[in-house]
Design a protein around this ligand. Sequence first.
Ligand SMILES: [Zn+2]
Length: 247
Amino acid sequence: MKKKIKIVLIGVGTLIAVVLLIGGGFFYKFNSEIKKMHPVATGKIVDNIFAIKDEFVNIYVLQDSNQYIVIDAGQDIEVVAAEFKKLNINPDLVIAVLLTHTDPDHVAGVPLFKNAKIYLAKEEEKMLTGQKQKIPFVSNSISRKDYILLEDKQTLKIGNENSFSILTEGHTTGSMCYQINDKYLFTGDILSLVNGKLGPSVKFLDLDNEMATKSISKITNLPNVEYIFTAHFGYTSDYKNAVKDWK
Ligand SMILES: [Zn+2]
């Protein structure tokens, strides 16, 4: 009997050690990837576009006369609210939130925008229903259920602004880029920017890195784009130079 208890205790101890080791390894890797990220500081960055910095992630805010369109929603609703206050922008005036995907660092601020319509890619719903998960038993979620699903290559008129959706799956099932008014391209997490050049996405954080890398070629040949805005690696105003050497 005593021997059995000993065996059980050793088994449980080993299991706990393995879980702690995997968990610890995950957080170590996660933190080291975050340290490489370089989002821009909160403020007006170009034309009618503002950046909001929420630790390691950016939200972008596009002004359309007296209302706003937001790309992604950050990872901490209190930080997002405080940064909006700094910019003197009332979140009630946000009419649309375009989500590049539904990972937790991109959706936390959604409840702040109570007058906004929430948009995401049709394919991204698999991340919300649990059909696809990056971590076993952990699904993505957002506070609103009345989101609007977008197709690949769908055009949208939001206020006076034109948005064109480009499906760039890989980081998640329905990662979407948004080309707004032709010249501004918002890419979420499907690529990185290093010294103004396109780089791959963060492999460790991807659902399917190979597919994510393939998807980048869908946005490297857009004749009218001038700017690329990423979620974790800042932005560039020289699209042509950024995409030039990507193959
Ligand atoms: Zn992210």
